[in-house]
Design a protein around this ligand. Structure first.
Ligand code: GLU
Length: 283
């Protein structure tokens, strides 16, 4: 039996959407359309510091203007905290996580070698900072005030077939280290929330930017730890500016609303900036 394709658009309301977002979402929409499936809209609003309510409204407005269609209602991560907490409790019960009181600076200093890679890259957590694997875990407590990390299985290779980039492999402990699953301000990490949502919302294919390939390995580890089978993945090529730099939110000139105010239409954007051959059908 063919499973019904279910994809998602997962913008973060921390700024205005720009051309790069539209391009990634367009890949997602085209893949869903070609497969005769549906798209969900997930509002990744867990970043309490950078979150702004007006960005949520702007994001929805910009997506509609562009012509994206999704199955209502929009799903906000802030409303799904209980789900993330339940997953955290399972990881805790399985003794797969540990509390970490090191600062980011401690980690960067001890990790030594500078790291390179995509935007989701972070230094490898120094193994000497880990508590012994058999140390009894303190309880999570109702309100969490310490960072919790998952212990990655050092030396183990994680593989997946990317629908765009082909076969991908990363080795735990070498390419990614013990990563945050919950923050000391009592919010779930992006990795945990994203894995829980993609599993529980029955997403069959995740389409997102190629800067998140390393996150995919982390999320694959979470899928396994939580006993879920992972979706497929399609990492879309990132859009770069004329200097070869990634488009970031600070490129306000390329914000969708700026383009709209200038009278640029979505069709012009598609014709001018998005790959020609893709619309004929992905993959
Ligand atoms: N909100 C995340 C981002 O914009 C979503 C990434 C994903 O699609 O998993 O980077």
């Amino acid at each position: 039996m063919n499973e019904i394709y279910r994809g998602r658009l997962a913008p973060s309301p921390t700024g205005y959407l720009h051309l790069g977002h539209a391009r990634t979402f367009w890949f997602a929409a085209e893949r869903a359309r070609a497969a005769g499936g549906t798209l969900l809209l997930r509002n990744d609003d867990l970043d309490a510091v950078r979150f702004r309510l007006d960005f949520v409204d702007a994001m929805v407005e910009d997506l509609r203007w562009f012509g994206f269609v999704w199955a209502e209602p929009m799903i906000s991560q802030s409303a799904r905290r209980d789900r993330y907490r339940a997953a955290l409790e399972r990881l805790h019960a399985a003794n797969l996580i540990f509390p970490c009181t090191r600062t980011r600076r401690d980690v960067i200093e001890a990790a030594g070698a500078p790291h390179e890679g995509g935007a989701d890259d972070e230094p490898i957590y120094p193994p000497q900072f880990r508590p012994p694997a058999d140390a009894p875990l303190p309880p999570l407590g109702e309100k969490i005030s310490v960072n919790w990390r998952i212990r990655v299985p050092d030396g183990e290779a994680f593989d997946f077939h990317d629908e765009n980039l082909g076969d991908q492999r990363a080795v735990a402990g070498r390419d990614f280290g013990d990563f945050l699953v919950w923050r000391k301000d009592d919010t779930p990490s992006y990795q945990l929330a994203c894995a829980v949502d993609d599993a529980e919302l029955s997403i069959t294919e995740v389409v997102r930017g190629a800067d998140l390939v390393k996150s995919t390995f982390r999320q694959l580890l979470l899928f396994r730890a939580l006993g879920w089978s992972p979706p497929k993945f399609y990492h879309a090529p990132l859009m770069v500016d004329t200097k070869g730099e990634r488009l970031a939110k600070r490129h306000d000139a390329l914000a969708l609303r700026t383009l709209r105010e200038q009278g640029v239409t979505p069709q012009e954007i598609i014709t001018r900036f998005f790959p020609e051959d893709f619309a004929d059908g992905p993959g």
